[in-house]
Design a protein around this ligand. Structure first.
Ligand code: ZN
Length: 661
């Protein structure tokens, strides 16, 4: 999801610099606490190895879906039926199943509605009163092939806010038991669906961006059993992998886009447009499929039908989303993948979004992002990557992003790149977003920063950040800020931004100041490869990073993720040996706050020579102060701690020592 713009300004104002003078006992650093042993409180299991790999008996359940829906554009109601083929690979028999009914957030008496504060929220339906939520008309078990009884069996179900419990007539067997569940449902789409789906009204018709739109299986895993946290707005999703066949029936003047591959282009596009599709699939430059001047021109749609059914398929995905509109301009270009395969970048947007460095560049951005992340981290698996302009600020689904129709320039690049980056976290690496927002938003923001630096020779790259300033701007530290590990639903809404920026920042520190780029990249890439299409938990990430890099990082995770600790390194004194600069100098540095980090230092001598020193984090392992000798033959002009402004140091004033006049 897109990060909110105004993060933490409130804390920035309340921050007061400490005095530059560092007294003897004013440090809050506790090295026993920072480096204490027993970081891992959960032992490894058959399912999860101590190395961070999936264990030798790793299992996860699977959900394949066949979904048929119809979009009623008069009432904004979506009517559908689905068959979920559910496979229980767990070692446990299941007496009942839990499903997410995330549309129920938009029921008047939902928990999510109840917690919208008086000042408003991006979550919920932005004050729209609607008869929202799923209407379930049937839940049935489909008889297995070869069984004597061929009729559907009605099963009992109970709905609790955004969850549905389906009680099975007989338990679903462990270790591979399968069943098919048929559910008939409908819902009225909200205009603003918690900033993740909705309806935009344009001059040429409504743009429907549709998500959280079908009852979805909850994940049953080895860590928590059924993951049944409700959808209340802030916490996103945790879903099983499977293959999806989705058939969407919409008015014939609509163009429909959806995660995955369109299976019936001959029935859904004109001959001219099919020709342009063929050009686009061979082109690195964006090719118009349906041009602005063709909107409202009936010959730009197949003739003679009132409704058209669009058939899509996506494999190995954890979700599916779609969009539909009569107002769409569509363009596309080829995406080149490292293996030699290709995919297609597609954009669908209304004419209002066209022109002035806006959506006419969406396909270029999408193509770059997908190619960049494929090259650097893991190859993109889906046949298309579709960017849709709607009223959602920015939201990701497998192969599809909904971005704001009014975005342009840097904003549109940023949101497009961010939402497609989510194909790696959490679409490929399927972590639990409802519990660990930092593992998708933060990891994604981190890879986004690298992509932005590389896109079009840095067209939108703002330059290397000054972390001293940034720490204040984003309010990385404050008593009001929850630790990174905190679940999104447990955070003050304005602090959500920290799961993005703070995580991106500390991963950058880990890469550049602790492990080095190669070692970090090898470990991070290995994490993605080990957990692609699986369900990693935080420990699997920590263990993999340590396993591959060969470094104990418990102090790092403890400081940046499990606590809202802060960092303040200081220089406290410079003394020449026996008072003679020719004999060298003793420098004393001090760790003032709770987080230990390696120390970087730059000395400028009187003649202007610069000496760089780098001390490992181990200097803080049993010390609050550290005194060391620098061999020199001349006196110093100045000494600076963190001379490249790379650390979010809460008090940079005590980073400087100057020769006294
Ligand atoms: Zn996001």
């Amino acid at each position: 999801m897109k990060m909110k713009k105004i993060i933490m300004a409130i804390f920035a104002c309340s921050f007061v610099f400490e005095s530059g003078n560092t007294q003897k006992n004013d440090s809050t650093y506790d090295y026993i606490e920072a480096f204490k042993t027993a970081f891992y409180t959960n032992p490894s299991t058959d399912a999860r190895s101590a190395s961070g790999k999936p264990g030798y008996r790793y299992w996860q359940n699977r959900a394949d879906y066949i979904i048929d829906v119809e979009l009623d554009t008069l009432s904004d109601i979506i009517i559908g039926k689905e068959i979920i083929r559910y496979t229980n690979n767990s070692p446990d028999e299941l007496d009942f199943l839990w499903l997410h009914l995330d549309q129920n957030l938009f029921m008047e008496d939902s928990r999510g509605n109840a917690i919208v504060p008086l000042r408003g929220s991006r979550n919920g339906s932005k004050g729209q009163k609607l008869d929202g939520g799923f209407k379930i008309s049937a839940v049935q078990v489909v008889p297995e092939r070869g069984s004597k009884n061929r009729s559907l069996v009605n099963v009992k179900y109970e709905v609790y806010d955004t969850r549905m419990k389906v009680v099975l007539p007989k338990p679903l067997k462990a270790n591979g038991g399968k069943l098919s569940l048929k559910i008939d449902f409908s819902f009225l789409s909200p205009d603003y669906g918690s900033d993740r789906m909705g309806i935009l009204r344009t001059d040429n018709g409504k743009v429907y961006t549709i998500a959280q739109w079908y009852p979805r299986m909850c994940v049953y895993d080895d860590l928590r059993g059924w993951n049944i946290l409700p959808y209340t707005g802030q916490g996103e999703f945790y879903l099983e992998y499977g293959d999806f066949n989705v058939n969407i029936t919409a008015p014939a003047d609509h163009i429909v886009v959806c995660s995955g591959e369109l299976l019936n282009p001959l029935e859904t596009y004109t001959l001219d447009q099919l020709d342009r599709w063929a050009q686009a699939e061979a082109s690195d430059k964006t090719v118009m499929i349906r041009k602005a001047e063709e909107i409202n021109d009936s010959s730009s749609r197949p003739l003679g039908r009132e409704m058209i059914t669009w058939r899509f398929r996506i494999d190995n995905a954890r979700d599916v989303a779609w969009a539909s509109s009569s107002a769409f301009i569509v363009d596309a270009a080829r995406i080149n993948l490292p293996s030699g395969k290709s995919s297609t970048a597609i954009s669908a947007y209304p004419i209002e979004s066209y022109g002035g460095n806006a959506w006419e560049r969406s396909t270029e951005y999408t193509k770059f992002s997908v190619e960049h992340y494929s090259e650097r981290w893991f190859e993109y698996p889906y046949p298309t990557a579709i960017n849709v302009a709607g009223n959602v600020k920015g939201m990701e689904y497998p192969g599809v992003s909904f971005c704001y129709h009014g975005s342009k320039g840097n904003d549109l690049w940023g949101v497009t790149d961010h939402e497609f980056g989510h194909n790696w976290f959490p679409m490929i690496v399927g972590s639990n977003e409802r519990l660990y927002g930092w593992m998708d938003e933060g990891f994604n923001s981190f890879i986004n920063d690298i992509a932005t630096k590389e896109f079009n020779s840095g067209e939108y790259y703002p330059g290397k950040p000054n972390q001293h300033r940034r720490a204040m701007m984003y309010g990385f530290y404050s008593d009001k800020v929850e630790p990174t590990i905190t679940a999104p639903d447990n955070l003050i809404e304005d602090n959500m931004g920290l799961q993005y920026r703070k995580t991106a920042m500390f991963l950058w520190l880990l890469r550049n100041n602790v492990l080095g780029a190669k070692r970090f990249d090898d470990a991070f890439k290995e994490y993605i490869h080990r957990w692609a299409y699986k369900h990693p938990a935080p420990d699997d990430f920590f263990r993999t990073m340590e396993d591959v890099s060969g470094e104990d990082l418990s102090w790092f995770w403890r400081g940046w993720i499990f606590n809202n600790w802060s960092l303040d390194q200081a220089i406290t004194s410079v003394q020449y040996v026996l008072g003679d600069p020719g004999k060298g100098a003793y420098i004393t540095v001090k760790n003032m706050r709770e987080i230990p980090m390696p120390l970087n230092l730059e000395i400028t001598t009187l003649s202007g020579k610069k000496i760089r020193k780098r001390l490992p984090v181990e200097i803080w392992k049993n010390n609050v102060d550290w005194k060391f000798l620098v061999e020199t033959s001349e006196a110093f002009e100045k000494v600076i701690v963190d001379p490249d402004f790379e650390y979010p140091d809460v008090n940079p004033r005590n980073n400087y020592w100057y020769k006294s006049e």
